[in-house]
Design a protein around this ligand. Sequence first.
Ligand code: DX5
Ligand code: ZN
Length: 226
Amino acid sequence: MSAPIISPSILAADFSRLGEEIGAVSNADWIHVDIMDGHFVPNLSFGPDITATVDGLTDRILDVHLMIEDPARWVETYAKAGADHLIFHVEAVEGQEAAVELAEKIRSLGVGAGFSIKPGTPIEPWLDKLHHFDLVLVMSVEPGFGGQEFMPEMLEKVRALRAAIDKQGLETLVEIDGGISAATIAESAAAGCDAFVAGSAIYSQADKEAAVEELRALAAQARDGR
Ligand code: DX5
Ligand code: ZN
């Protein structure tokens, strides 16, 4: 098993010093970029131009989380902006066929394809579609804002995904997003997550690299005991 993947969310960074804030997590595996359009979620964040700026500031993998309507219209733009993963919401596409088609389109752009799932959406219908995806992002808060409280009941989805992925012999990664901190990462890792998004838990700390390292160590320890 490879080391747990830590993906700091720059939504919690100080945008007036974005370059420094990204440099401050140079030991992170991925950089999580939250795209919000004010429609799919009530909040607005940033778009393709800032994504391209972030891409120019780091050689880390850009883990781009599209909380937008009509994601199919935008995937080429974000691929050009430097996204390495494009994760769309299943609630933003019309049905499973469209989701699989979009995953194929994303992969054809040379980008990893992921889907994300809101707390109220069941995972079961997606368990036989996992081979079309490189990763699944389980939301452990309602998407739209950083700094919310972790919803432990979402770990049921993680367990179902872990079991299905292992049974089917897939490489699809399970990622979790929302309320991940030193207090919640161990249970998430024990449930079967491979990758962990953390915004406020990292960016609220003075030493952000130490925060990344601590989260990774806690996840590794919990996974070893699984
Ligand atoms: C929420 C975003 C998250 C957010 C996480 O809609 O998808 O990535 O930045 O922030 P924390 O880690 O503070 O919950
Ligand atoms: Zn996110």
